[in-house]
Design a protein. Structure first.
Length: 201
């Protein structure tokens, strides 16, 4: 049996085929590039043949990127927070034709966004916390069945979002001290329901 070995710089964005092949040297363009984010579910998600990830560019700050595995197909999706300030996308999940995530556009604060990989297809879904001065945005973004679940108000309010309605719906106001830890599902024979694991403080 013949064995082959692959040697590659650890700071590069790679596509794993039989051996890794260099897609782009993002470290050269942005010294803040951290390849470890590609291995973190909070900062990356797959949608079809595209991989969305979060990266920090010295010109635009930390924003949403996408790659199809080619040099030309690796790019920033949109400058969600215009200028050098970062929108800091986090909790990337895929559902249907979009990747959903939490980000700050500089106008609405940290809110739910979605993207199909194009600038025009990257948009705010809903402003769940209208008070922009609040530093506490939505949390616990999860996919269960055909819905997205997330919490607000220090994890007290649980919301669900279905792409068909394009508007989050309040599910329940949890008692004080009860925090959702994990949302899974769907419930058998009912894709509109999910299991919620909570913890009491």
């Amino acid at each position: 049996m013949n064995a082959s070995f692959c040697v590659y710089p650890p700071s590069h964005l790679l596509v794993l085929l039989s051996c890794p092949s260099l897609v782009q040297d993002l470290k050269t363009r942005s010294p803040q590039f951290d390849p470890n984010r590609l291995n973190n579910d909070s900062y990356s998600a797959q949608l079809g043949n595209l991989v969305f990830f979060v990266e920090d560019d010295a010109r635009y700050g930390r924003e949403l990127y996408v790659t199809d595995g080619s040099f030309a197909g690796t790019r920033m999706v949109a400058d969600i927070y215009p200028g050098a300030r970062s929108s800091s996308p986090i909790h990337l999940v895929s559902l249907g034709n979009y990747v959903y995530f939490l980000a700050n556009d500089g106008q609405s604060g940290v809110e739910l966004f979605r993207s199909d990989g194009s600038p025009d297809g990257t948009e705010l879904v809903a402003d769940l916390i209208p008070d922009y001065s609040s530093f506490v945005g939505p949390e616990n973004l999860s996919v269960a069945g055909d819905r997205i679940y997330l919490s607000t108000d220090n994890n007290r309010l649980l919301w669900s979002y279905h792409p068909a309605t394009n508007q989050p719906q309040l599910v329940v106001a949890l008692p004080s001290g009860i925090i959702p830890q994990r949302i899974s599902g769907p419930v058998q024979n009912d894709p509109g329901k999910a299991f919620i694991t909570t913890v009491a403080l």
